[in-house]
Design a protein around this ligand. Structure first.
Ligand SMILES: [Zn+2]
Ligand SMILES: [Zn+2]
Length: 262
């Protein structure tokens, strides 16, 4: 594995270490293509900002800082900078425009909530046995994929469904089929593996295998050490084999400034 496009920084208040330490760790372990994807800023209509995302005031600095490091290390590694973003239909156009104006080059989808948290959404990681909530999550992920703006879907299996297995399979088949049809890869998330989270959720990947969805890997580094995560890589490779996943390797980056209006 010589790529990783899922990297956070201290700016969103829950990662540690210097940007450069992430790069050094990646270079030392043979990563040739690296993307920083810190959480995209959001300003809610009441003027409040998200606390776990990059503050608006430093978003342009974030992109500039990473690009400077990219320049410094360009003989060793190819570095791009972008954001991990939720898709909230009502904010999306503005967010996309902002992301480009900050200097962001690409987006990955991380649907940590199905709708904006200022409207009382609960996190996708909170256990839920409601098929309606699961369906809302799947609907919003599919809408996001349809925008054509997202390079891939991070932790597509983040929704923590505790209800009926058949209902889960029915909804997730829709998500996985859309991924295949729209050619938007699904990420096996290594933070989930190393933290023993509820994702990767194996029944999801069984479905993804049957649906032949394109699959890629992401370290989701929140500290320099995990800018390369070899032990989770072994686990993910076994999943690919076990479920016959359509592993595509390095995803094709969608550069957001090149997106056609429409
Ligand atoms: Zn995430
Ligand atoms: Zn992340």
């Amino acid at each position: 594995m010589d790529y990783n496009f899922h990297t956070h920084t201290v700016r969103s208040n829950h990662a540690t270490g210097k940007d450069e330490e992430y790069i050094i760790r990646a270079v030392e372990n043979g990563i040739k293509y690296m993307g920083f994807s810190d959480h995209i800023p959001i300003v809610f209509p009441n003027g409040k900002e998200s606390h776990f995302r990059v503050p608006t005031s430093i978003a342009a600095d974030y992109c500039r800082d990473i690009k400077l490091l990219g320049e410094k290390y360009k003989d060793k590694i190819n570095i791009i900078v972008g954001f991990e973003a939720e898709y909230y239909a009502e904010y999306f156009e503005t967010q996309l425009k902002n992301a480009i104006s900050y200097g962001g080059e690409y987006l990955i989808l991380g649907q940590h909530y199905s709708f904006p948290e200022n409207m009382g959404a609960k996190p996708s990681t909170a256990p839920s046995n409601s098929e309606d909530e699961l369906k809302s999550y799947v609907d919003v992920v599919i809408s996001a994929m349809k925008t054509g703006a997202f390079t891939y879907v991070a932790h597509p299996d983040i929704f923590n469904f505790t209800g009926d297995r058949q209902a889960y399979a029915k909804q997730m088949r829709r998500l996985c089929a859309a991924s295949r049809e729209l050619d938007v890869p699904l990420e096996i998330n290594f933070l989930g593996i190393r933290d023993n989270r509820a994702y990767p959720h194996l029944p999801f990947w069984e479905i993804a295998g049957k649906e032949k969805s394109p699959v890629t890997f992401g370290f989701d580094a929140h500290d320099p050490h995990n800018a390369y995560d070899g032990s989770s890589l072994d686990v993910a490779k076994k999943m690919v084999k076990k479920y016959g996943l359509n592993y595509i390797g390095r995803p094709k980056i969608i550069f957001i400034k090149d997106l056609k209006k429409g």
